[in-house]
Design a protein around this ligand. Sequence first.
Ligand code: CMP
Length: 144
Amino acid sequence: MAQHIDDMLSGVDLFAALPKRQLRRLVSGGREVEHTDGREVIGEGRQALGFHLILEGSAAVTTGGAPRRVLGPGDYFGEISLIDGRPRSASVVAMGDLRTFVINATAFQPLLEEPQIARRLLLVLCERLRAAEAVTTSTTSQTT
Ligand code: CMP
């Protein structure tokens, strides 16, 4: 079981550059969680507990009830509050059966000190910012 997670995590972009030893530490500090269809894994505005990497299934991200994105295997969520220490920025709900690997806040913090991981997290945040800006721009240009 631990070996299986090891393989899955090393195949995920975010963790690909981690040395084996650190990956093993990560695996032993995390756990697999199953979520049933419709389960709110993260509630917008709530306090952060952990970081989730999707192993199987998909999840819908919403803010203020509006759909933002659908995430699938290899995607992750819950990093924003662990980075800035503020409440959850969005809700994340299981679409069908969902299995995630959860890393608690304490185990996640040292990962932010890894330049390769920090860079990958930044890239995803940039992508989301661009997507959000594109929505804002198209909304603005429709109304002017
Ligand atoms: P966090 O704020 O900790 O909890 C909610 C999570 O939803 C957030 O971290 C991100 O991982 C994710 N999230 C928030 N906004 C978006 C978005 N626009 N697109 C994809 N994922 C998002």
